[in-house]
Design a protein around this ligand. Structure first.
Ligand code: ZN
Length: 317
């Protein structure tokens, strides 16, 4: 029998990253492929199975030897990891439940674990990244969307059906802005990177601007240059995120809060304000007695894939 090899796969809206890793954490194979468009579940399964099958053949023929032991998948969306069911994945435009776990198991004949990407990311950050050694950690990503993962009492907290940690879809305000999840006024519709641009489009007509394009970066630039309307949009987002995260800290009393995502990585001032808001608004014992560490994510963009690797190898549960 060959050495056991683990496949960790991150299915994103634009690309799919596949890693084959041995039990010691050595990456034996790494490949990034484009997510098929349109991203029908059958097509996505097909490209993953093809890549894994092709490379597994090479490995078997080579000196290393080995066969896939377990396949772990992380992807954005509402995922029940126990049944391998993806209820909804707006990034992949899956609006109906997809039995991703059983589809892959059928083709590859190995155990398959499916996990939400930010749930996997908190595990990755705890085992290999910024939250190493913490038994109670929260991971939040501030990007085009807002996502979160909870690691409580030394293990991933999934909730009853796997939907815990969806901080981006907690409610923010009552103005009726629709969210990709089907709800309205979720935090990510008001405070994510794409929300900043959406708010700006309500004020400015893109066609009347010099470069004709409103982006998250454009809003930040305008705010930096003293545009008070843009500053209001940015202030509002920092206040909303700060408020939501302070509530989370009060509610869960974690010892580490890891913040990742493009918005966080590129905007130090913005993040300082978010952190200030958390420290001011959470109950004092949860930030002072606990000495809450608020840290930048360390593994991006591969926190999810290392989290799923930790889960399929039994390093984490
Ligand atoms: Zn939502």
């Amino acid at each position: 029998m060959g050495k056991e090899l683990y496949w960790a796969v991150d299915i994103g809206g634009t690309k799919i990253l596949l890693l084959m890793v041995d039990i010691s954490g050595r990456v034996m194979f790494r490949k990034k492929i484009k997510t098929p468009r349109p991203s029908e579940p059958e097509k996505v399964v097909e490209v993953i199975v093809q890549t894994i099958t092709e490379y597994s053949k090479t490995v078997k023929a080579g000196a290393t030897g080995g066969s896939p032991a377990v396949l772990g998948i992380c992807t954005a969306g509402f995922v029940d990891s126990l049944s391998g069911l993806v209820y909804q994945s707006p990034n992949l435009e899956w609006h109906q439940p997809v039995h991703l776990g059983s589809m892959l198991k059928e083709k590859l004949d190995c155990p398959v674990l499916i996990e939400n990407d930010t749930n996997a990311a908190v595990v990755g950050e705890v085992h290999y990244g910024a939250a190493r050694g913490h038994a109670n950690a929260v991971y939040v990503t501030l990007s085009t969307g807002i996502g979160g993962g909870l690691y409580l009492n030394g293990r991933l907290f999934r909730g009853t059906d796997g939907f815990a940690g969806e901080i981006g879809h907690t409610k923010a305000f009552g103005k009726g802005r629709p969210c990709k999840c089907g709800g309205t006024d979720c935090l990510e519709t008001w405070a994510s990177g794409s929300a900043l641009a959406a708010s700006a489009r309500e004020i400015w007509d893109e066609k009347e601007l010099n470069d004709g394009h409103i982006s998250t970066a454009w809003v930040f630039e305008q705010a930096d240059q003293g545009n008070t309307l843009a500053q209001k949009i940015v202030d509002h987002a920092a206040a909303s995120i700060g408020l939501e995260l302070s509530n989370l800290v009060t509610l869960l009393n974690p010892s580490c809060l890891v913040i990742g995502g493009g918005v966080a990585a590129n905007r130090e001032d913005f993040m300082n304000r978010v952190v200030e808001n958390i420290r001011e608004q959470a109950i004092k014992p949860a930030v002072e007695t606990t000495a809450l560490e608020i840290k930048a994510a360390a593994l991006e963009p591969e926190a999810g894939i290392w989290g799923i690797y930790s889960l399929i190898t039994g390093r984490a549960e």
